[in-house]
Design a protein around this ligand. Structure first.
Ligand code: GDP
Ligand code: MG
Length: 721
């Protein structure tokens, strides 16, 4: 089938040649648009080329050697009519990638540009019109909407035949061009019409042929009815022209080959920025090459299948076609497609973290992962979608950013919550352990731990903040507040423990065998309670100075200190009163009183037990001893100083500082004994009520009487022996 072109030296390799040996049929004979363009562009490595590709179409009557020309120029394999059976071969529109066998063999030589897609358009048969003409118009529109260069293939002998088929074709091209661009007059879409004059015998120089054609083109242009706004437009507003001739392929095959190889170089890689026009306005493409940037339709290669497909659909549905709208639609479609891929990239990184959200823990490496996911996704989007319609692209980029950020925000908020919880837990734990390590300075422990957990929190929050996109100021303040509340609570607990320890050591002091209350009770005298008062005040004062040292280390406030000191004094008094109550239980007192009595009555002055003899004054001694002891009892009744005044307990304890009254009040309701700790209550200093004194006196009398009876009985028995 192919008479030329396809061979192993094609630069784009073998992979597409099997499946796409003739390229693809973009529009088939049923006027359907192909679905294989994405695969074709992928297999030819054009899909990812961005704007680095070119699109060329060829026009001309049927069987004028168009396919033959393309195959020679671009090393394509478009089907060519065989010499014996003359029939139409190209149906619809074909597309094939140009290759250059010379490029790889001699890279320094000028060679064909890269990624040139060539479209071979079915030509009209000059004889039949109608159906044909309709397709001619549609294919012209399609070609103009997509192609940078339109090769117009024409035989030399057709030049000047103004009424010929070619002129009809050109009129169509101009008309559809006006139709296409009238909606978008601001942008100048230019195209190059490249006239290739075939079977040039040489009698008429190119210059003459060119002038004839230009005159005809201008005539056609003037004859066109222009749409509103474009009445005064000239043909050169839209088109550049360039001309070339080729010798007869069959009569001068070698010349033909040579000339096509030279012609090929007009389609070279370089992309000139300055067009080079001759005096008559014709573009000298031998100097500049054909690919002026202004011709490029600016459709990224990966959007070409969708764009071309849409254009064709609009054309076949006879809808108004304007390229700016098509570009926007394409941008929306492609941006959405690219967005999906970018979200997938994002998902790969982020989904595992989202799945772990339910664990409510601080997720390690979340920050870097968030950043990587967002960056990877957005970079890809910018790279691929950035080539599309700018306004649409920016909007879609914003949409994507918002969407991804919203998902990251959820992770971020959860991370902050977990980090917050963590900070509080670590803080409480560290302080508690620190306290147990005893001797730890609570205040500096709190300061250091607070700083450490806040630094950890900030580091974590910062690493997930996407360089400040997310703020954590509020959360940080919340953590600080909670830490401070925690510190206050822990200090309160510590103060309570401290108070308990102080209370315990006071109790130990008060109950000491050597100099405690019990020891003092060994000597019942008017100075008993004054001595105990002294024990109380010095003991408490010592504890308070110790307490103040410790509470300063706790960083307690002066209010907290005052409250604690007040509590300690009250509790100390309560402890003392309990010890006093214990010591003054009837049985204890009887024992003590009997001790006094026995010392006087049963022992003599030298401490030797008396053996009563008949005639000794038992009654007198008994009465004296009993009286001595009875005199002691009033000393025990009221806790007072030697001058019989009540001790200055109220002054010693001081006024209740703010914040403690209630606590004491509540306790008082629950605990009747609390009454005795109130320095103003009469009960406070009453150790033995009158009733108890009576009862004590009676008990003592009974026991003393018993001692007397025993003594008496002793003398009688000794007498009777
Ligand atoms: P297309 O229909 O325009 O694509 O024409 P083809 O490339 O299929 O060629 C149609 C016929 O013209 C074939 O038989 C070719 O051999 C012949 N042909 C190709 N190039 C030339 C040429 O330069 N001069 C002439 N006279 N015939 C040619
Ligand atoms: Mg053909």
């Amino acid at each position: 089938m192919a008479t030329n072109g396809v061979n192993g030296s094609a630069t784009n390799g073998d992979d597409y040649e099997g499946e796409f040996g003739h390229g693809i049929q973009v529009i088939d004979e049923n006027k359907e648009f192909t679905s294989t363009m994405p695969e074709y562009l992928t297999s030819t490595n054009v899909l990812q080329a961005g704007f680095s590709y070119h699109l060329i179409s060829v026009f001309g009557s049927q069987s004028t050697g168009k396919s033959t020309l393309l195959n020679h120029l671009f090393n394509t394999a478009f089907p060519v009519m065989s010499e014996s059976r003359r029939q139409q071969t190209t149906k619809g529109i074909w597309m094939s990638l140009a290759t250059d066998p010379n490029a790889s063999s001699n890279p320094d030589e000028p060679h064909l540009g890269k990624n040139i897609l060539v479209m071979d358009v079915e030509g009209t048969d000059g004889r039949e019109r109608g159906e044909d003409q309709d397709f001619e118009r549609k294919s012209a529109l399609f070609a103009i909407a997509t192609s940078e260069v339109l090769i117009v293939n024409i035989w030399e002998h057709q030049v000047g035949l103004y009424q010929g088929a070619n002129m009809g074709l050109l009129k169509t091209v101009f008309e559809v061009n006006l139709q296409l661009f009238q909606k978008d007059k601001s942008t100048v879409h230019r195209s190059l019409l490249f006239f290739v004059i075939r079977d040039h015998i040489g009698h008429t120089p190119l210059e003459n042929l060119k002038n004839t054609l230009l005159a005809d083109l201008n005539n056609i242009w003037h004859g066109l009815s222009k749409p509103p706004g474009l009445e005064t437009s000239t043909i050169s507003d839209f088109f550049d022209f360039t001309f070339a001739t080729l010798p007869h392929k069959l009569l001068q095959p070698d010349q033909f080959k040579l000339e096509t190889q030279r012609l090929k170089l007009r389609f070279r890689e370089e992309s000139p920025t300055n067009a080079n026009y001759s005096a008559d306005g014709v573009l000298d493409t031998s100097k500049t090459g054909v690919f002026l940037p202004a011709y490029h339709r600016r459709i990224p290669a990966d959007g070409l299948p969708h764009y071309a497909g849409n254009i064709w659909r609009m054309i076949t549905e006879n809808k108004d076609l304007d390229l700016p709208t098509q570009q926007e639609l394409l941008a929306q479609y492609r941006c959405d497609e690219i967005s999906v891929v970018c979200v997938e990239l994002f998902d790969e990184v982020v989904t595992p973290f989202e799945a772990a959200l339910s664990q409510k823990i601080v997720q390690s490496d979340l920050g870097p992962a968030m950043k990587t996911a967002l960056d990877t996704s957005l970079i890809k989007f910018k790279e691929e979608a950035g080539r599309y319609h700018k306004v649409v692209y920016k909007r879609k980029l914003e949409d994507l950013e918002k969407k991804l950020q919203a998902r990251l925000k959820v992770l971020y908020v959860a991370q902050l919550t977990a980090a917050h919880k963590n900070a509080i837990a670590v803080f409480a734990d560290t302080i508690q352990k620190g306290i147990k390590r005893s001797g730890a300075d609570f205040a500096s422990l709190v300061t250091e731990t607070r700083a450490t957990v806040l630094a950890d929190f900030t580091t974590e929050a910062e690493s997930c903040s996407l360089e400040g996109a997310f703020s954590y100021t509020d959360e940080l303040h919340a953590v600080e507040k909670e830490l401070d509340e925690g510190a206050t609570r822990l200090r309160g607990e510590e103060m309570t423990r401290l108070l308990a320890r102080m209370e315990k050591s006071l109790r130990t002091k008060f109950t000491s065998e050597d100099d405690g209350v019990a020891y003092m009770f060994k000597t019942i005298s008017p100075s008993l309670y004054p001595r105990i008062w002294n024990l109380f005040t010095t003991g408490v004062t010592d504890q308070i100075s110790l307490f103040t040292q410790r509470s300063t280390a706790l960083n307690a406030t002066s209010e907290e200190n005052e409250q604690a000191v007040y509590k300690l004094k009250k509790r100390a008094w309560k402890v003392l009163r309990m010890i006093l109550d214990e010591e003054t239980k009837e049985q204890s007192l009887i024992t003590r009183l009997m001790g006094y009595f026995d010392k006087d009555f049963r022992y003599d002055d030298q401490g030797v037990p008396r053996v009563w003899k008949a005639g000794e004054d038992i009654e007198g001694t008994f009465a004296k001893s009993k009286e001595t002891v009875m005199k002691l009892i009033p000393n025990l009744a009221t806790f007072q100083l030697e001058d019989s005044t009540k001790p200055p307990l109220a002054t010693f304890i001081g006024d209740a500082p703010e914040g403690v009254e209630e606590e004491v009040g509540v306790a008082a309701e629950e605990d009747e004994e609390e009454d005795v700790a109130s320095p103003t209550s009469t009960k406070t200093f009453t150790i033995l009520t009158p009733g108890r004194i009576t009862s004590l006196t009676e008990s003592f009398n009974r026991q003393a009487d018993q001692a007397f009876v025993d003594a008496k009985r002793g003398t009688i028995s000794s007498v009777s022996q």
